[in-house]
Design a protein around this ligand. Structure first.
Ligand code: SAM
Length: 467
């Protein structure tokens, strides 16, 4: 079978066979791969994939990961019903089945092993049925519909599962339908009650998991709005103005990086919730800011756009190569006040004398490494990877970084802590522990941002002030 497929019903079958092959290759990796990275490598290895092929294969493989846990649920239920049940003639108690399923898959290894054991054609039957029941739409108009007479038994079981779930505990049902591992049940309950999300918000938290968030853009200056909008529209993007700095791309053909206005540094791609974190750093002209975990500099750039070269920003990260990206982006946007310093979270780095002269920073941002549970819409594979053990080691790291970074805040200055996670352990818990150990700091406010309140990732921010 050739790798390149033209999109018509003639090689529809070949396309599915190739999809199965790609899925098998993905799950045969040593560990469950991060799907976007794995796919990028896979496509780079084979230049024969056309852009429509790439979109379709990646959409289907992402659906595979997004709904993989649900597919295991369906397959196990199907097997019980059609194999064990026909032999033993016993009725399956749905409640008992849920309990059995919950205890059967307790880690990413369990899930990966089950993916490997399952015939890929069968796997994609469940994925297709589930995808068709979701609100998500395939970007490419290549059908994933099943023929009327195909998979009749599976369709029956799928409908039965939907029906049974409708009569079940609502939280458990939503978790199963949205393929959220049941080991998260306590954390989800905690989040719902802590954040006081109402029924609609709870429903949205789940239903938003069916799709990626839209692409959000942040202008580096509101005066660029007309220029940027004109170019986007001219290039066929459908865009909505969210506020004076933020645009939402409703539809676009890709190729945003090639736009003149992007290359000239007039705007950045940045999720809405991430932008809202940045807005909590209310740095005034002339102030000093330290972005301790700057990564590629998404928030460093945003803070620089507030300061308009009047003030100083230090950007640090344990990954030195990321700081090269920060420098490149700063040059592109004409920000000359960003100083990059590698930092591993142990002790304070060697700042220039100017920091000591100011008695420390006015603002210190700790955009901490975290489980990324708030980015499941984008990276669904990460929901299977989060375990109690890695949350606990992340908590130690988060608290350590926050503690060390806090030593650089001047008296009266602010410490901002953020994550792209909705887990209590990584958020409220961390700031509560920090405050307990540091009575000279007070929490000014803290909140969840993004989904389910907005069509974005889910993030957390806390503003803490030094007395
Ligand atoms: C959530 S990401 C930061 C994203 C970035 N602020 C942005 O807006 O694009 C967390 C960052 O923390 C960095 N990091 C992880 N461990 C660290 C440590 N011990 N010390 C300093 N940075 C660390 C990671 O390399 C990663 O870039």
């Amino acid at each position: 079978m050739s790798e390149k497929q033209n999109i018509n019903t003639k090689n529809y079958e070949g396309r599915w066979l190739h999809l199965n092959k790609l899925w098998r290759a993905a799950i045969s990796q040593e560990t469950l791969p991060q799907m976007d990275r794995w796919l990028a490598q896979e496509f780079a290895k084979n230049s024969k994939y056309g852009s429509r092929d790439r979109r379709w294969y990646s959409e289907c493989l992402f659906a595979g990961i997004r709904y993989g846990y649900f597919a295991l649920f369906c397959e196990d239920f199907f097997n019980l019903k059609y194999k064990i049940n026909s032999e033993n003639k016993k009725e399956i108690h749905f409640q008992n089945f849920i309990q059995y399923f919950k205890n059967k898959y307790l880690s990413v290894e369990d899930i990966l092993q089950a993916f490997r054991k399952m015939n890929e054609e069968r796997f994609f039957i469940w994925i297709r049925l589930r995808y068709l029941a979701s609100n998500a739409k395939l970007q490419e108009n290549i059908s994933i519909e099943t023929n009327e007479n195909e998979f009749l038994n599976e369709k029956k079981v799928f409908l039965e599962i939907e029906k049974q779930l409708n009569h079940n505990n609502i939280l458990i049902s939503q978790m199963i339908m949205q393929s959220v591992p049941l080991w998260f049940i306590d954390q989800i309950e905690k989040r719902f009650s802590l954040s006081n999300w109402n029924k609609d918000q709870q429903d949205s938290f789940f239903s938003l998991l069916e799709s990626r968030p839209p692409m959000w853009l942040r202008l580096n200056d509101e005066k660029f709005k007309t220029n940027v909008l004109n170019e986007l529209i001219k290039e066929g993007f459908q865009v909505e103005v969210h506020n004076s700095f933020t645009l939402k791309v409703i539809e676009g053909k890709g190729g945003i990086f090639a736009l003149n206005s992007f290359r000239a540094g007039l705007f950045e791609i940045q999720d809405l919730a991430s932008q809202q974190i940045g807005e909590h750093i209310e740095a005034k002209f002339g102030q000093f800011v330290w972005d301790t975990c700057a990564g590629g500099g998404g928030k460093t750039q945003q803070i620089a756009s507030f300061l308009k070269n009047k003030g100083v920003i230090y950007a640090s990260d344990i990954r030195e190569y990321k700081l090269e990206e920060v420098k490149k982006r700063a040059r592109k946007s004409g920000f000359f006040n960003i100083r990059c310093l590698p930092w591993n979270g142990e002790g304070l780095p060697q700042f220039q004398k100017e920091v000591e002269n100011k008695n420390g920073f006015d603002w210190v941002l700790v955009d901490a490494p975290c489980s990324s549970s708030g980015t499941w819409r984008r990276n669904p594979d990460s929901k299977y990877r989060i375990t109690k053990e890695n949350i606990s080691s992340l908590m130690d790291l988060q608290l350590n970084i926050l503690q060390t970074a806090s030593e650089a805040v001047r008296s009266g200055g602010h410490l901002v802590y953020s994550t792209c996670s909705w887990l209590y352990e990584e958020n409220e818990n961390i700031i509560e522990c920090f405050i307990k150990n540091n009575p000279d700091f007070t929490i000014i406010n803290h909140k969840m941002l993004g989904s389910p309140m907005e069509n974005a990732d889910t993030m957390f921010v806390a503003v803490i002030q030094k007395k």
